[in-house]
Design a protein around this ligand. Structure first.
Ligand code: FAD
Length: 522
């Protein structure tokens, strides 16, 4: 049996992995995190995907226990600004499309177009984002959507099955990753994770090429059965020591840099919109993430089109006076994936395994999914090669699938006002995407026509993006022409009524968190 796991790296990936493995195996397996005092973690990565609640539930954590300590807020959607044209925005919500007479409401919307806002006609979440609402009432209950109660009810804490872990909730979180790593360090060490603050100076391989131990500067050799490489883009174990190659996605996703700012703004003096905002720019896009104690923001851009100095200047102008005196963090990004995330007795998790630009906030989603899959594929003393191949296949397809969805964002954006945006229409598309887009012009994406392996995104996400981005002409399914659309028209009116009712009864995010943070509510 595997008795001894060594996690190298103490960023988000290292601590999420260590805590999850400890929660799974308890005393039966020893887990050690070795983390450099000298090499900082990346320090960005504040928005998450809607499966993330399973992670906290799995650790047995309730929101009031960890959210205030990590400056966390709710995220119900991504608001895309200026991707179609200046001044235009739309929402990609965490909300499945309702189905009327066998067709999604988005398809009916294309036929009837009751307004020019598909998002307000088809989903309730955009109204909550506009009105800065919390998805929870002050008593802690989550808002209920009439036709999809999957995420409703009060928080259930406990282990969920892997199938359940692939279900989505109506919201995710924003949090400060540095504070989360601190929180998880305390959580993990209190439950028996050993913590070594030291630099790994060498990775020692045995005669088969498997990792026997790592050497540290001050703590000698650390031996293990299984090594988890969470050293970020260095890939100290998986890429450097084991020589596993990296497959770049740069040909289809050219954004290779980012500049980030941590902007202190009092929560009480600003609106806390419960969503991430992605605002298109001349050579990429700017993220805005409202945390409770500050705003996280940054410009993701392609260095072939703009210099780091210009990018920083654009970002500072975008943020305004609050950015004065705030130090900028310039980051070179490695976009793509390690060919096999698991080689011999080493599994890369986090940036070492792969990364795509954070347009759909998938970095932490990849980490969570990797740990869940590792537990599902956990090795025994035989180190079955088929199990490893199955894990590697799953991880590769998941990253490739997200790459395809992100490429669609650029290809389908109506914006074409400069060389950067014009080039997004002529760059080679990943295999299969061109055919899929052809189908979607006459039939909105469904579960049979989107990327066929699990990658987190469901047909509703594709539908929302195509309808919002506006660059691919779409038409409703031909069958709708011969059907009575009265029920669909009523559903769209009901959605707007329901949204109005929700914003009238839900507190604002600020009110909700101020209430949660009162000493008596813990
Ligand atoms: P790192 O944070 O780089 O941590 C590496 C760790 O390895 C550190 O603790 C370091 O000390 C340690 N280490 C390195 N070398 C050694 C050594 N020799 N010895 C010992 N320890 C060592 N993800 C999201 O989900 N949502 C987002 O909104 C999002 N935004 C992002 C924005 C940008 C611009 C970027 C670049 C990434 C973003 N991500 C986002 C991704 C997210 O930041 C990462 O997935 C996440 O932080 C995991 O990083 P990591 O732990 O793999 O690596």
């Amino acid at each position: 049996m595997i008795k001894n796991i060594v996690v190298v790296g103490g960023g988000t990936a290292g601590w999420m992995s260590a805590c999850y493995l400890k929660a799974t195996f308890g005393e039966n397996v020893s887990v050690t995190v070795v983390e450099s005092k000298n090499i900082p973690s990346i320090g960005v990565g504040e928005a998450t995907f809607s499966t993330v609640r399973h992670f906290f539930q799995y650790l047995g954590l309730q929101e009031h226990e960890w959210m205030p300590e990590c400056s966390a807020t709710y995220k119900l959607a991504i608001r895309f600004e200026n991707w179609r044209e200046p001044g235009h925005h739309f929402y990609h919500p965490f909300e499945r499309t309702r189905v009327v007479d066998g067709f999604p409401i988005t398809d009916w919307w294309l036929k009837q177009r009751p307004s020019d806002r598909f998002d307000d006609d088809c989903f309730v979440i955009p109204a909550l984002c506009e009105q800065l609402s919390s998805p929870r009432h002050l008593d802690g209950n989550i808002f209920e959507q009439r036709e999809d109660r999957a995420g409703s009810g009060s928080e259930a804490v406990g282990r969920s099955t892997l199938t359940e872990q692939q279900t989505q909730f109506p919201y995710a979180y924003h949090f400060d990753t540095v504070l989360l790593a601190k929180f998880l360090t305390k959580y993990g060490t209190e439950r028996g994770v050993a913590h070594v603050l030291d630099d790994v100076t060498r990775v020692a391989l045995d005669e088969r090429g498997w990792i026997s131990h790592v050497d540290t500067a001050e703590h000698g050799e650390l031996h293990g059965d299984l090594f988890i490489d969470c050293t970020g883009w260095r890939g100290l174990l998986i890429n450097q020591a084991l020589g596993e190659p990296f497959i770049s996605y740069q040909d289809s996703l050219p954004n290779d840099r980012a500049v980030a700012l941590r902007v202190p703004v009092e929560a009480a003096t600003r609106g806390m919109r419960p969503c991430t905002t992605a605002t298109a720019q001349d050579a990429g896009w700017i993220w805005t993430i409202p945390l409770f104690d500050r705003i996280g923001t940054g410009y993701v851009y392609a260095s072939d089109y703009i210099s780091p100095e210009e990018a920083e200047k654009t970002l500072r102008e975008f943020v305004g006076p609050e950015a004065e005196g705030v130090e900028a963090n310039h980051i070179k990004m490695r976009i793509g994936r390690t060919r096999n995330a698991w080689v011999n007795n080493c599994v890369g998790i986090g940036l070492s395994a792969g990364f795509v630009e954070p347009l759909e906030s998938t970095g932490i989603f990849f980490i969570q999914n990797a740990i869940e899959q590792l537990v599902k594929h956990f090795p025994d003393a035989t180190w079955n090669e088929g199990v490893r191949a199955s894990y590697n296949g799953h991880m590769a397809r998941m990253l490739d699938g997200v790459r395809e969805f992100l490429v669609l964002h650029y290809y389908a954006a109506a914006r074409q006002d400069n060389r950067y945006w014009k080039d997004t229409k002529t760059r080679p598309l990943p295999d299969g995407l061109a055919e899929r887009i052809e189908q979607w012009r006459i039939k909105l994406p469904d579960s049979e026509s989107i990327y066929p392996w699990y990658h987190g995104f469901e047909p509703y996400s594709y539908q929302a993006m195509l309808l919002g981005l506006g660059g691919v002409p779409l038409r409703s399914s031909a069958a709708l022409g011969s059907m009575d659309g009265a029920a669909a028209g009523k559903t769209m009116r009901d959605i707007r009524d329901e949204a109005r009712g929700l914003v009238a009864t839900l507190p604002s995010q600020y009110e909700y968190f101020a209430h949660m943070r009162r000493p008596s509510s813990a």
